[in-house]
Design a protein around this ligand. Structure first.
Ligand code: ADP
Ligand code: MG
Ligand code: MG
Length: 870
């Protein structure tokens, strides 16, 4: 088996085997670029090293020796040789870049003898001995795990004793006669042996250290955080050294071929004259802007630009490159696709299409769906952030920027907002009563609560910036003040919230609106051309519907009518309705609710002007609408003309121990048919009204929730159809409508062919379907699911990303059974999964007609749908 490849034997497709760095070094060598020669030990070798019990087998050793010999021939130098010693770097490089996770060793091959030769050859004694002491330090730290502070302490000691200000003041003599002997001494006391002088022994030690570093704590944590598998292993690159620290015609630097913050097409980066390796990023000396290189070394600069722009063309993407200049000769040491912000990703993708480097399909994969959400919200300008003072920090519950005057109650926020002020609502925690203030303010800050607190959930739903759990904040509602760090501020104090970082700033910072035009609009128009899935929104109000339209929703996939039941004082009528004893009483309350519902539906139909709207009939358990206090019960009793006792007894009969599996969904249509009859009448009446008003065609899609069997849908459908026909007759109108069902009970998926005979569409309610398939209560998973995920018993939260192998199987089965009896059946998905990119990919593969998600995820879903199709 081949364990070791010369750079010239690899190519960029071999990332799995050679790691990202090795594959790209090979590619650059093959493009004929000036890259120091070397070889790569494969990730397979790393994995075998672990499998064999951390032992490197003889075959690997032999291949390393062979490649070293070939490298020595190419370089015309010998590792450890006294005529012309070869020095190498040993660089780790896994398939995915893991910045700073595994340390590189430079200047390997130096020892007491070769350092003298290098000093003579270069005529630069200081350079030679500085390199040697760096090597001892790096090798001791990375390979032998000797604390690097011990070495740093010696340097500091020397500088203090001699009154030096910086490392640059240290002389060749200091390195040779003070530092290096001390370093060797440290090595000996720590490890009980001498610093290895044998160059080959140094090399094997370094290669093994890179293998070991694959499993150091930092690397494991990084992989866990970024979802990188632990069994990929790392490759090791051994490469001839070039020296940027040979004098003023040498240097080292890093650059991006385009601006990684905003995407502008110009090279930017930094470099240092007379420096090695990490000096640029280590912050010891302040690096120069790359533009200065054009003045310092115009020829080198020109060559560098030609090369990196060539690399950009080759990789068809913005590159992040490392380079070194040795005595006026340029070398490229690394290239990779550069990391970038959402804004830059968007601009670069669109520019690359215009430049003809990639096509529209490729452009889809260049922007992460989550980066889209960075673009959606207004953000503070980077200049403003740089100059601002952080007041306090909390959890970044909902992204975006908000600035204004602090007020501590929803009422005051409302008053000020009406008066034209920009206001921030600050509270311990919000509750449903604060809703008006939450709507009126620019942002919300709370001192308690977590990412799923009321404030966080509601703010995300509204797309409003929100920071929660800022523990160091205390509030005195009576005095109208808030205190941070012992300082008390009055209401009216101006602050700025950055919901993306969780930081709160003093004063009003400049912000910039997100742009849904220009590049953004162009990319999204390509997405719409490419995607096969329709993207609809879950929207319960005309306001949500308008937001959904703004983000390009192609209809409403889920309008949850119960949300309308909770608004304002409607809940009173709902309570009268469910606590009624007779059908007559119930109908009286329902007639009141009809008036609200019909107005809501008109608003939604107006906002959607003819686009499809799927309305789900009442779904939640009646249990959820019950009054909580005696006062609330009394109010209902008064309205119904009954005693408190009576209504409380009635209420008690509606209480359930397991409401999510209880009296809800279409089951309500069997026990209280009047409810759905009222709802379908409102849906049909509103559609007819708006059709007449706007002159467009509306085809209401009426959806029955929680159906579990054929006979159940037949029964419920018969009742609502009668009510629909009566409504149409009463209006003396003609209107087309559809009746379909949710597929959210496993039994419905299993018998989907029977159910499809009576349903014109299916909408997969994957929240409930997941709940019932796993037997995980959605409302209680918090007590154990995090532990499942921590312990990797479950990989991802199935309520966030669809469980494709389990729940997904039910979706696939229902889809194909549904099609078998009704070939043109419309299939959609609603619920959290409709906005999750991985789940969207699955929906595309399964051939669903649409996904439906919250209005603020519509853009993400459009892009994800396009990526699935690209
Ligand atoms: P990382 O993955 O942390 O970026 P690298 O392997 O790229 O680590 O090495 C870090 C730095 O060390 C490089 O940016 C480069 O400046 C320097 N370096 C690595 N190999 C060589 C070499 N053969 N010659 C000169 N400098 C090198
Ligand atoms: Mg690097
Ligand atoms: Mg449901």
């Amino acid at each position: 088996k081949k364990y070791v490849y010369m750079f010239s034997e690899g190519n960029e497709m071999m990332r799995d085997l050679l790691g990202g760095k090795g594959a790209n070094l090979a590619a650059m060598v093959n493009l004929g670029l000036p890259v120091p020669q070397g070889f790569t030990v494969t990730t397979e070798a790393c994995n075998e090293y672990y499998a064999d019990g951390k032992i490197i087998n003889d075959e690997m050793k032999k291949q390393i020796d062979d490649c070293l010999e070939r490298l020595e021939k190419l370089a015309d130098k010998k590792l450890g040789g006294l005529d012309n010693p070869l020095l190498v770097s040993v660089r780790s490089g896994a398939k995915f870049s893991m910045p700073g996770m595994m340390d590189t060793i430079l200047n390997l091959g130096l020892n007491d003898e070769t350092v003298e030769v290098i000093a003579k050859q270069t005529g630069n004694r200081r350079f030679a001995f500085d390199s040697y002491r760096r090597f001892i330090q790096m090798y001791s730290d990375v390979v032998c795990e000797v604390d690097k502070e011990l070495f740093e302490a010696k340097l500091t000691e020397l500088k203090t004793a001699k009154g030096y200000e910086s490392d640059l003041d240290i002389t060749a003599d200091d390195f040779e006669n003070t530092i290096i002997p001390q370093y060797k001494e440290i090595f000996k006391t720590q490890l009980g042996r001498d610093f290895p002088q044998e160059a080959k022994e140094q090399l094997m030690g370094a290669i093994l250290a890179v293998f070991r570093s694959w499993n150091n704590d930092r690397a494991i944590i990084y992989r866990n955080l970024n979802g990188i598998p632990h069994d990929l292993g790392t490759a090791v690159n051994v490469q001839q050294m070039v020296f940027g620290n040979m004098g003023d015609d040498s240097g080292t630097g890093v650059l991006f071929t385009r601006n990684a913050a905003n995407g502008d097409n110009h090279i930017y980066g930094e470099y240092l004259i007379n420096a090695q390796g990490e000096d640029v990023v280590a912050g010891i000396r302040t690096p120069q802007k790359i533009a200065k290189l054009e003045e310092d070394m115009p020829e080198i600069y020109k060559q560098l630009v030609t090369i990196v722009k060539g690399l950009e063309k080759h990789y068809k993407d913005m590159q992040d490159c490392e380079f070194t200049v040795e005595n006026g000769k340029l070398y490229i040491l690394q290239t990779r696709n550069g990391k970038r912000t959402g804004k830059a990703a968007l601009k670069i993708a669109v520019d690359l299409v215009h430049e003809g480097l990639i096509n529209k399909y490729e452009a889809m994969t260049r922007v992460e769906p989550d980066q889209i959400s960075q673009l959606l919200h207004p953000n503070f300008t980077s200049a403003a952030l740089a100059a601002a003072e952080v007041l306090i920090e909390g959890l970044p519950a909902s992204p975006g920027a908000g600035a204004g005057k602090v007020y501590l109650t929803a009422e005051k926020v409302h008053e000020q907002a009406v008066a034209g002020e920009k206001v921030i609502l600050v509270r311990h925690e919000t509750s449903p009563e604060d809703i008006q203030g939450m709507v009126d303010c620019e942002g919300i800050l709370t001192s308690t609560g977590g990412m799923t607190s009321h404030a966080a959930v509601v703010a995300r739903g509204m797309g409003k910036c929100c920071i929660v759990g800022a523990k160091a904040l205390s509030i005195d509602y009576d005095a109208g003040t808030f205190t941070i760090d012992g300082k008390t501020y009055p209401e009216g104090t101006e602050i700025s919230l950055d919901g993306t970082s969780g930081k709160v700033y003093m004063g009003i910072l400049d912000s910039e609106e997100s742009e849904l035009t220009g590049d953004f609009a162009e990319l999204m128009s390509w997405a719409d051309e490419i995607k096969k899935l329709q993207v609809r929104a879950n929207a319960d109000s005309p306001r949500d519907a308008a937001v959904a339209i703004k983000f390009g929703a192609e209809g409403i996939g889920l309008c949850r009518t119960e949300h309308m039941f909770f608004e304002g004082d409607r809940i009173e009528y709902v309570r009268q309705m469910i606590l009624s004893d007779t059908v007559e009483e119930r109908i009286k309350a329902l007639d009141e609710l009809y008036n609200f519902q019909v107005e809501d539906f008109r608003g939604i139909y107006r906002a959607m002007v003819g686009l499809p709207v799927t309305v789900r009939l009442l779904d939640p358990p009646l249990h959820e609408f019950l009054p909580h206090t005696d006062e609330e019960y009394q109010a209902v009793a008064d309205k119904l003309g009954k005693t408190l006792e009576d209504v409380k007894t009635k209420g008690a009969t509606l209480k359930e121990t397991n409401p999510m599996l209880g009296h809800r969904g279409s089951r309500l249509a069997v026990t209280y048919p009047e409810i759905y009859n009222m709802q379908v009448r409102a849906i049909i009446d509103a559609a007819i009204d708006v059709e007449r008003e706007l002159g467009c065609t509306i085809v209401p899609e009426i959806m029955l929730p929680l159906i579990g069997s054929e006979s159940e849908i037949v029964y419920v459908k018969e009742n609502v159809t009668k009510a629909i026909d009566a409504a149409i007759m009463a209006k003396n109108a003609k209107i087309e409508y559809k009746i379909g069902t949710m597929i959210e009970i496993p039994r419905a998926a299993l018998t989907a062919d029977e159910i499809a005979k009576h349903a014109e569409f299916f909408s997969f309610g994957t929240n409930d379907l997941t709940q019932m398939t796993f037997g995980f209560s959605r409302d209680d998973v918090g007590s154990f699911l995090p532990e499942y995920i921590n312990r990797k018993v479950i990989q991802v939260d199935p309520f966030v990303s669809l469980d494709q192998s389990g729940v997904g199987q039910l979706v696939e089965m229902a889809a194909s059974k549904g099609r078998s009896v009704r070939p043109n059946i419309k299939l959609g998905i609603c619920g959290e999964h409709g906005g999750d990119p991985e789940s969207i990919k699955f929906c595309h593969k399964t051939g669903l007609s649409y996904v439906s998600c919250s209005p603020y995820r519509v853009l993400i879903a459009r892009l994800a749908a396009a990526q699935a199709a690209a």
